[in-house]
Design a protein around this ligand. Structure first.
Ligand code: GTP
Ligand code: MG
Length: 369
């Protein structure tokens, strides 16, 4: 199983330990006795020694996200997390910008320039989190990692252009992820805009408008004239309310990496989206093969904060590297534990790559013999 060391594997296969280590070396890996091997690497070794094995996955696999079982009384409402998707040029970026500007108050005449990959706006006194990563790629990449970071998809369709291939793709992605869709019919200010045609076309894709007796909320908007943006936010909140999005804030934080980059001045800068719990300065955190001790937290406005709560995006300083988008993160009890877990994960990734390398080696041998 996934917790097996070189020693365990040797005993299980009935092969002397030095033989296993030698085999690993020929596969390009210097292994120690107590090193944990990935399932794929174990399978490769078993194959090399002509042994039949069955790999059983342990329940405590470090790569599997835990499911939490919070008591109902510990749960409080959290902001919905919204991703904007749609066909190229239909106005995703313009709409994100326009929605962001609804939040700009008189004191912030210059607008919110900080870019952390996500931001929040407030409506009826409640926050809505927008992921500032429009497009299917980010969404698909995160889903490929098993990360469910979006609660609602806003499907942008230009009223003068109608349903296009990437509109259909976006619908497929939202459905595969089982995420409710709100349709924003954009560019209604334009000559030739035909919001009814958009509804008709999308009805053929099973997105019947609520106003026609269906289940899908449509809002006609213009990112250019800023028409009906408050209606869009209102609709998002109505849909979010139906989802009953709640989280326990009074535990150690966990969630997902939204994006990360290496800043020449500040080092690794990792944007996290908190799913559960409260992230605080000084927390020890693991994200994939990287770990950190939270040195500073920066919110979407660029302000330093002491804590981040469920549904909040936050920029974290203090990581040792740049974990990939979609990676699960969680706070652990100590820096030491964080370092160990990150190292274990790094090790797994490394041994998995041995399995891949050995695959190539076999084919090369085939070529040369
Ligand atoms: P990609 O990122 O390339 O997929 O495009 P996008 O969906 O982000 O579209 P973007 O926001 O870049 O807008 C495309 C063009 O449409 C730009 O020239 C915008 O100015 C224009 N546009 C966006 N929204 C509106 C709108 O509501 N009305 C009008 N008239 N033009 C708009
Ligand atoms: Mg864009």
């Amino acid at each position: 199983n996934s917790g097996s060391t070189v020693k365990d594997v040797a005993e299980y296969l009935g092969v002397p330990i030095p033989e296993i280590i030698k085999k690993l070396m020929t596969l390009g890996e210097m292994a120690t006795l107590t090193q944990t091997l990935a399932d794929e690497a174990i399978q490769v070794i078993a194959d090399e020694f002509d042994k039949e094995i069955e790999i059983v996955h342990a329940a405590d696999d470090v790569d599997i996200e835990p499911t939490y079982d919070d008591a109902a009384e510990d749960l409080v409402e959290r902001p919905p997390v919204v991703t904007i998707m749609g066909h190229v040029d239909h106005g995703k970026t313009s709409l994100l910008d326009a929605v962001r500007e609804t939040e700009v108050t008189a004191g912030e005449a210059g607008g919110i320039t900080q870019h952390i990959g996500a931001y929040q706006v407030h409506h009826n006194g409640k926050a809505i989190t927008f992921l500032d990563t429009p497009g299917h790629q980010a969404f698909t990449a995160m889903r490929a990692r098993g990360a469910k970071v979006t609660d609602i998809v806003v499907l942008v369709v230009a009223a003068d252009d109608g349903v296009k291939p990437q509109t259909e793709e976006a619908i497929d992605h939202a459905r595969a992820a089982d995420v409710p869709i709100v349709v924003a019919v954009n560019k209604i200010d334009k000559e030739g805009a035909d919001p009814t045609r958009v509804r008709t076309e999308l009805t053929q894709r099973d997105l019947q408008p609520a106003e026609w007796g269906g289940e899908i909320e449509y809002v006609d908007v213009s990112a250019k004239t800023k028409q009906n943006l408050e209606d869009l936010l209102e609709t998002i909140q109505v849909v979010a309310d139906l989802e009953e999005l709640k989280a326990n804030p009074n535990v150690e934080a966990s969630g997902h990496v939204i994006e990360s980059k290496l800043d020449p001045g500040r080092g690794p800068v990792v944007t996290l989206l908190i799913d559960r719990g409260t992230l605080k300065i000084g927390d020890a955190v693991v994200a994939g093969a990287d770990w950190g001790k939270v040195r500073a937290l920066v919110d979407y406005k660029g302000d330093r904060v002491k804590e981040a709560h469920p549904g909040d995006p936050v920029e974290v300083l203090g990581f040792d590297g740049v974990p990939e988008a979609g990676e699960f993160f969680h706070v652990v009890e100590s820096d030491k534990r964080a370092r160990v877990l990150a190292a274990e994960r790094a090790n797994r990734l490394k041994t998995e790559s041995i399995a891949r390398r050995s695959g190539r080696k076999v084919s090369l041998e085939d070529v040369f013999t």
